[in-house]
Design a protein around this ligand. Sequence first.
Ligand code: 6GU
Length: 271
Amino acid sequence: SVPRVDVVTIFPDYLAPLDLSLIGKARTSGLVDLRVHDLREHAHDRHRTVDDSPFGGGAGMVMRPDVWERAIEATASHRRSGAEGDGDGVDEGGTDGRALVVLVPTPSGRPLTQAFAQELADELGAGDRVRAVVACGRYEGIDARLVPALRERSDVDRVVEFSLGDFVLNGGEVAALALLEAVVRLLPGVLGNPESVVEESFSHEAVLEYPVFTRPARWEDREVPPVLLSGDHGAVARWRRAQSLTRTVQRRPELLARLDGLDAVDLATLA
Ligand code: 6GU
């Protein structure tokens, strides 16, 4: 079946960009089943309350674990897209047979990497193995009991808290968009040219992309590096490799610790 991700948020409109561009196209052509849900549908009071003040005092509001658990449970038990389960019109419950991965954006999560995006794309893309739910918190976060409680549920396979980096967003929605953009483009059939995935930064080794140029060959007195106009494919490849390594040394030296086959002498030459 189609790779499926559900996003739960109090601001469904924040996820509107999922209708656009590459992700929008992947959705309309049936390559991915992305659904956005309003957390407030799972509140149980008249005011549709999803948060409350923190025990122990302090600023801001904390999201209630009970509302979140109901939301995730309901999302997980949604029936299969299109065919609606086994066709008898009865909700089969569970996650339509797929293991459920719950993804929780939070600045205290593990840093999002290409390797993680690839792992998730592999799992989601391998047909009937895995589904994902992204639980977007707002305010000061979700009650800390939610994640351990989810981990104990038999209908939850894995809970991954992830972060985009060491800065603070108002909520998880932009992080959900970032994760989905990183993952959806890796799903089978989504990118026209899979070579661009293999070639790009971080995909198989941790070096940065080389700089790219197009017409005009001379622009505002700036020339394109002549080797790129030489027609010598070997020379072009060597120049690009050197540019990638030099850029990495200059901009992200910490990445080179992860690079195989490049010894200290090469590094000293480049630096
Ligand atoms: Cl994943 N969430 C929030 N709220 N802030 C962040 C983040 C995530 N990553 C970086 N800052």
